[in-house]
Design a protein around this ligand. Structure first.
Ligand code: NDP
Length: 282
């Protein structure tokens, strides 16, 4: 008999609206793991104590969400290579006595994308230059993308991300200004919406893209998990394009975390079904 559970969780503020706990515990139950995921509301001023507590209690790891993705870094012992380049951590993994910062957002995205297109040699464009865009752009570049165009309405964050990609990966990074509807250049292989345009309750909103320039074989991917079928995903599919929803990315980033923490590669369908049921109830 064993009565000591494996402890994982999340530090965020606000935490109440985050359904990740339900998805993770569905995976733990499905695989018969004696593991718990504790969804914790942690204010910025309490983050150091929360990390020290997780260390003292032997948690195997935890997620960090808004507003802790940057602030957690000084409390960790080291960063995994992609988290180092991205400059943000959403998943902490205990390795012996060390706490190691990872970024599974980009890895989760990559796992989704690989089901439909090989990023190696691809020309990709990412709409937005925030946290999700950074994680996705860096992982695509590390996966061998030839060119990453960062489309941003404010030039500076886009330029900074494009320069980072050119300097730290084998891909060429380029910023493109975003005024009015962005026309997708011919020859682009993958277009990613990494802005929050389309997020519930704004599910009908479309990022400013010239829809007439969406033509196969372009693949479209959205980061928005709720609703899974955003107006952009629907528009792309109605034009015959392959389009990936953000629910897959959300499930995959959680699945990568479960694997890093427990060594078990979890069943994505169980996790996705749990989240889809929660979103359908809202
Ligand atoms: P940030 O605030 O860090 O970045 C948002 C980016 O979107 C900025 O570049 C911002 O530009 C841009 N943007 C916002 N509104 C518009 C608009 N109307 N037109 C053009 N650009 C716009 O947010 P995150 O990157 O952390 O999150 C973005 C989205 O990604 C969220 O909806 C989140 O839910 C989703 N996400 C999904 C994940 C998943 O697993 N599916 C994981 C992580 C995030 P500007 O600087 O000009 O405001």
């Amino acid at each position: 008999m064993h009565f000591l559970s494996t402890i994982t969780g999340s530090f965020a503020q606000p935490a109440d609206e985050n359904p990740t706990v339900a998805m993770m515990e569905a995976a733990y139950a499905h695989h018969g793991l004696n593991a718990r995921y504790l969804n914790c509301e942690v204010a910025p001023g309490d983050l150091a104590d929360a990390v020290a507590g997780a260390r003292a209690m032997g948690w195997v790891g935890f997620n960090c969400s808004i507003p802790h993705k940057l602030a957690v870094i000084p409390h960790l012992d080291r960063l995994a290579p992609s988290a180092q380049i991205i400059g943000a951590v959403n998943c902490v993994v205990r390795d012996g006595h060390d706490l190691v910062g990872h970024n599974t957002d980009g890895q989760g995205f990559l796992e989704s994308v690989r089901t439909v297109i090989d990023p190696a040699g691809a020309r990709v464009a990412v709409l937005g230059a925030g946290g999700a865009a950074r994680a996705i752009a860096v992982e695509l570049a590390l996966a061998g993308a030839a060119e990453v165009v960062v489309v941003s309405r404010r030039p500076e964050p886009g330029r900074e991300l494009a320069e980072l990609i050119s300097a730290r990966t084998s891909a060429t990074g380029r910023q493109a200004p975003w005024q009015g509807a962005w026309a997708v250049p011919s020859g682009l292989d993958l277009l990613v919406n990494a802005t929050q345009v389309g997020l519930y309750p704004g599910g009908a909103d479309l990022p400013a893209v010239d829809l007439d320039t969406l033509r196969p074989p372009l693949v479209v991917a959205d980061v928005i998990p709720n609703p899974p079928t955003t107006a952009l995903v629907a528009a792309a599919r109605s034009r015959g394009l392959t389009a990936l929803d953000g629910l897959g990315m959300l499930v995959n980033q959680g699945a990568v975390a479960v694997q890093l923490w427990t060594g078990v590669d979890p069943d994505r369908t169980v996790m996705r079904d749990r989240l889809a049921a929660i979103f359908a109830d809202r």
